[in-house]
Design a protein around this ligand. Structure first.
Ligand code: RP5
Length: 184
């Protein structure tokens, strides 16, 4: 794949590959982008939710700093390619969601990845403090944020997809039913 990341010395987890993409003819509705391979262990929680709801998605490594042209190309072409929502996760000086939102009017959901140096506070503040006029919907730091980004993307798509809305209602009802009255 032309956008495939350079091989890493130590691969931290599975690489988001084209095999994870929506099948041919089933255009991706959500783009999940991340600044680095090292973000995948967090961002896979967003894609797992999308898979659970059978929402076609694509996952890509797109860095605001290391691959700025790839980011511009990705974000500027996103709406035209049929994407409806972009989930962008990054850590540290996490400019990916904000710069992505600068290039597209699609809803951009930002996931602050937990950094080693500052436990994700740097990521959170980098993503959440957007100037008025260029919104990024910022989620929680780490796994919970990635999971909720997947759910929020599902909610957005469900506004114009009654079947998906029904699946979302069922998912939430099952979650509620799964909460015990008393601790074990
Ligand atoms: C950011 O820098 C990435 O989003 C990642 O969270 C962080 C560290 O990247 P690596 O040095 O692990 O590639 O751009």
């Amino acid at each position: 794949h032309p956008d495939a990341p350079a091989p890493l010395q130590t691969a931290p987890a599975a690489v988001p590959q084209t095999s994870r993409d929506a099948p041919p003819g089933d255009a991706s509705r959500v783009g999940v982008i991340m600044g680095s391979q090292s973000d995948w262990d967090t961002m896979r929680h967003a894609t797992e939710i999308l898979e659970e709801f059978a929402i076609p998605f694509e996952a890509r490594i797109v860095s605001a700093h290391r691959t700025p042209d790839r980011l511009a190309d990705y974000a500027r072409s996103a709406a035209g390619r049929g994407l409806k929502v972009i989930i962008a996760g990054a850590g540290g000086a996490a400019h990916l969601p904000g710069m992505c939102a600068a290039w597209t009017c699609l809803p951009v959901l930002g996931v602050p990845v937990q950094s080693h140096a500052l436990s994700g506070m740097d990521s959170l503040l980098s993503i959440v403090q957007m100037p008025g006029g260029v919104p990024v919907g910022t989620l929680a730091i780490g796994k919970a944020g990635a999971k909720n980004a997947g759910l929020l993307a599902a909610s957005i798509l469900a506004l114009s997809d009654a079947e998906l809305a029904a699946r979302l209602e069922t998912w939430r009802a099952m979650q509620t039913a799964g909460v015990a009255d008393e601790p074990a």
